[in-house]
Design a protein. Structure first.
Length: 590
C-alpha cells in the first residue's frame, strides 16, 4: 500500500502527514487505504479514481451503469470479487475487463488471471459504484437455471458413460458445402460473409468436433492436428509423441469445423488470413481438459493445432517419469542449491515443462517464494506465483524477470531462455542469491555452454552461475500387455552405430506385438531419457577458458555423465523401450 500512498502524494492529492493519519486510522478500522482516506475527507472518490485511471493509462467508469452479462460475471466468484473489490463486466476474445477500486493491486489481477486463464484488463471505478454493482451477483443467483449449460463457460461434451450413444456409434453425417450456404452482403467497402456462425452450429459439424475431442481424450493424445491440403482434409492425433491419422472428412467441412472451434475458443470467425490463439475448456467423461488452440492460414484453408492439457494426468514424480537414480540425485542436488542456474534442454515435446514443474513441486514449501514467467502457463500450480507472458503489451521474459527481482523471490522459473537479455538477467539473478530454473533449445547438455557464450554472455559469468545442465528426450514405452521377446543380431547393432559390446549379455530384449490396449502400435506411454551434466570445478575452469563442446563433453563423461544414447541403451536393457525408439530420438556423440 506504500506504493499507492506515494503515488497519491506525488500527485498532490495528499500530503505525508495525511498519509500517516490514514495508516493510523487503518490500524483501527481495517478498511482499505482508499476508503480510509475518503472517509477522512482528504479527497473524493471521483478525484482518486480519475487520477488512478490516468496514471495507469486505463478508463474510469461507473460500473453500476454497465449492463454485465451473467456468464461474464460468473467468471469471478462473488467471494473473490468482495475480497479484492473488483467485478468483471466485459469479455472480448481472450481479454477479461474488470472494474476495480485499486488497479495497483497486482495480486488481485494475478489471481483473476489464473482463475480464469484470461488476459485481465483493469479499469478504475469508485467504491460506491462497485458496491451497487455487487447486487448483480444476487440477480445472477436467481437466474442460474438459465445458464446451467454454461457452468464456468465450459463446453460440455455430452458423450459420457451415461449417454444414450457410445462414441464409437456416433454417426458422422457429412454435408455438401455450397455457395448457397452463405449469405453475402456489403457495399463498396467490401463484402462481409455471414452465416459461418450458423454453419459452425450445424449438427454434423458439432458431432464431428465432439467426436474428435472424445477420441483424443480416450486415446490419451497430447495434440490434435486439423490439416487442409489440396482436395484432402486430414485429422491426426499425436499419441506418445507420434502422429496417427484419425479420420479424413471431406475437405468442404473445413470451414464449419474451424468456425466451430473459433466459437468455442471465442476467437473472431471472420478473420481467416492471420494467426489466432485461444483456449477451450471441455468436459469429456467427467474429466475437465483445457485445450490450447493455435490457428494459422495455409494455402488450402486454416490449419488448427490443439494441445490437450489434463492437469489430472500431470506426473510430478520424476522417478516415475523414467529418471535413473544417479541422474535424479544429481538433478535434485542442483535444484536444492540456494542459488545458481539449472537449465533443461531439448526439442519441443521432450517433457522440459514437466521436469521443471516437478522441480518446483519438490521445492514448494511454506517458507519459500516461487515466481514463474511462462509462455504460456500450461498448468496452475498451487502456492506458486505464475505470470503469463503477453507480447502484445510488451510483457516478455526479460521484463518479467526485472519485475520479479523487485518482489524478493527465492526461486524463479523462466519458461525459456531465448535471447541474450533474458540470459543476462537470469545470470545476474543467480549471482545475487536466487535459484533460477529455465529451458533452452540445444541438442545436448555440453553444447548449451557455448550457446550461452554465443548469445553474448561472458564465459566467467556462465562459469560462475551454472549449477547443472540437463538434456532430455521422451521415448515410447513397450506396451506391457503385448510385449514379446526379440533378438537384435550383431549386424543390426553395427548398422545402428551401437558397439555390440554395449549390449553384451542382453541378447534378448522386448518389443510390442500390438494389441487393443495400445491400438496395435506396440507402445503405450512414454518415459524420459536424460543427460545430466553437473558443473564441477574442472568444468568451470574449462568454461572460463572457452573450451569447445567436444572437450566439455569428454570431461563430463570422464566424470560420470551418461549421454542420451547411453541412457537410452540402459532403458533397452531393462526392457522398457526398443532399439528403434532409442535410435529415433538420440544421436551418437563423439
Amino acid at each position: 500500500m506504500q506504493t499507492l500512498a506515494n503515488l497519491l502524494v506525488m500527485s498532490g492529492l495528499m500530503n505525508r502527514e495525511q498519509v500517516k493519519k490514514v495508516f493510523e486510522a487503518q490500524k483501527k478500522t481495517g478498511d482499505p487505504f482508499i476508503k480510509t482516506m475518503i472517509n477522512l475527507g482528504y479527497s473524493s472518490e471521483e478525484k482518486v479514481a480519475t487520477f488512478l485511471a490516468k496514471y495507469f493509462k486505463t478508463e474510469f467508469i461507473q460500473i453500476d451503469k454497465e449492463d454485465i452479462p451473467i456468464p461474464v460475471l460468473n467468471l469471478v466468484s462473488e467471494d473473490m470479487a468482495n475480497k479484492y473489490q473488483l467485478i468483471p463486466y466485459k469479455k472480448v476474445g481472450n481479454m477479461l475487463f474488470i472494474a476495480m477500486i485499486n488497479p495497483a493491486n497486482l495480486n488481485a489481477i494475478d489471481d483473476v488471471k489464473f482463475k480464469t486463464g484470461l488476459d485481465v484488463i483493469p479499469v478504475v471505478t469508485t467504491e460506491s459504484s462497485l458496491m451497487n454493482s455487487m447486487g448483480t451477483y444476487r440477480k445472477a443467483h436467481t437466474q442460474v437455471s438459465e445458464y446451467e449449460d454454461e457452468d464456468d463457460l465450459d463446453i460440455d461434451i455430452d458423450l459420457d458413460e451415461d449417454s444414450d450413444e457410445d462414441v464409437d456409434d456416433i454417426e458422422i453425417d457429412f454435408f455438401d458445402e455450397d455457395e448457397d450456404d452463405f449469405e453475402v452482403v456489403g457495399g463498396d467497402s467490401g463484402e462481409v460473409i455471414i452465416g459461418e456462425a450458423n454453419l459452425a452450429n450445424e449438427k454434423p459439424v458439432v458431432k464431428i468436433v465432439n467426436f474428435i475431442f472424445t477420441k483424443a481424450v480416450d486415446m490419451e493424445a497430447s495434440d490434435i492436428h486439423i490439416e487442409p491440403y489440396e482436395g484432402l482434409l486430414r485429422i491426426r492425433l499425436r499419441i506418445d509423441g507420434v502422429l496417427h491419422e484419425l479420420i479424413k472428412p471431406p475437405l468442404n467441412m473445413i470451414t464449419g469445423i474451424v468456425s466451430r472451434l473459433k466459437l468455442l475458443a471465442e476467437l473472431d470467425i471472420s478473420i481467416h488470413n492471420i494467426p489466432q490463439d485461444g483456449r477451450i475448456r471441455i468436459r469429456v467423461r467427467n474429466k475437465t481438459i483445457d485445450l490450447r488452440v493455435s490457428i494459422i492460414p495455409t494455402l488450402f484453408g486454416e490449419k488448427v493445432v490443439m494441445r490437450l492439457l489434463d492437469k489430472s494426468s500431470l506426473q510430478l514424480d520424476m522417478e516415475k517419469l523414467g529418471f535413473e537414480p544417479d541422474n535424479l540425485e544429481k538433478f535434485k542436488n542442483a535444484i536444492h542449491e540456494p542459488y545458481g542456474i539449472v537449465l533443461v534442454t531439448g526439442p519441443t515435446g521432450s517433457g522440459k515443462s514437466t521436469t521443471l514443474y516437478s522441480a518446483l513441486s519438490s521445492l514448494n514449501t511454506e517458507d519459500v517464494q516461487i515466481m514463474t514467467a511462462e509462455d504460456p502457463v500450461e498448468y496452475n500450480l498451487y502456492g506458486i506465483n505464475q505470470t503469463q507472458m503477453h507480447s502484445g503489451i510488451g510483457l516478455n521474459f526479460a521484463r518479467a524477470l526485472r519485475a520479479f527481482l523487485r518482489q524478493s523471490p527465492d526461486i524463479i522459473l523462466v519458461g525459456e531462455t531465448r535471447d541474450a537479455e533474458t540470459a543476462g538477467i537470469s545470470i545476474r539473478a543467480a549471482l545475487t542469491g536466487h535459484l533460477v530454473v529455465s529451458t533452452i533449445h540445444t541438442n545436448d547438455a555440453p553444447s548449451t555452454v557455448n550457446r550461452l557464450i554465443d548469445m553474448g554472455i561472458e564465459p566467467f559469468l556462465v562459469s560462475a552461475a551454472l549449477n547443472l545442465i540437463q538434456a532430455q528426450r521422451l521415448l515410447r514405452k513397450v506396451c506391457p500387455k503385448c510385449k514379446k521377446p526379440i533378438v537384435y543380431d550383431e549386424q543390426t547393432l553395427i548398422g545402428y552405430e551401437i558397439p555390440p559390446e554395449m549390449l553384451k549379455g542382453y541378447e534378448v530384449f522386448t518389443a510390442g506385438g500390438g494389441c487393443e490396449m495400445c491400438n496395435n502400435k506396440g507402445y503405450k506411454g512414454r518415459l524420459a531419457v536424460t543427460e545430466v551434466m553437473p558443473i564441477t570445478p574442472k568444468l568451470r575452469e574449462m568454461i572460463l577458458h572457452r573450451a569447445s563442446t567436444s572437450e566439455l563433453r569428454n570431461q563430463a563423461r570422464k566424470e560420470g555423465m551418461n549421454t542420451l544414447r547411453d541412457d537410452g541403451i540402459l532403458k533397452i536393457k531393462k526392457g522398457l523401450t526398443t532399439l528403434e525408439e532409442v535410435i529415433r530420438e538420440t544421436a551418437v556423440m563423439e
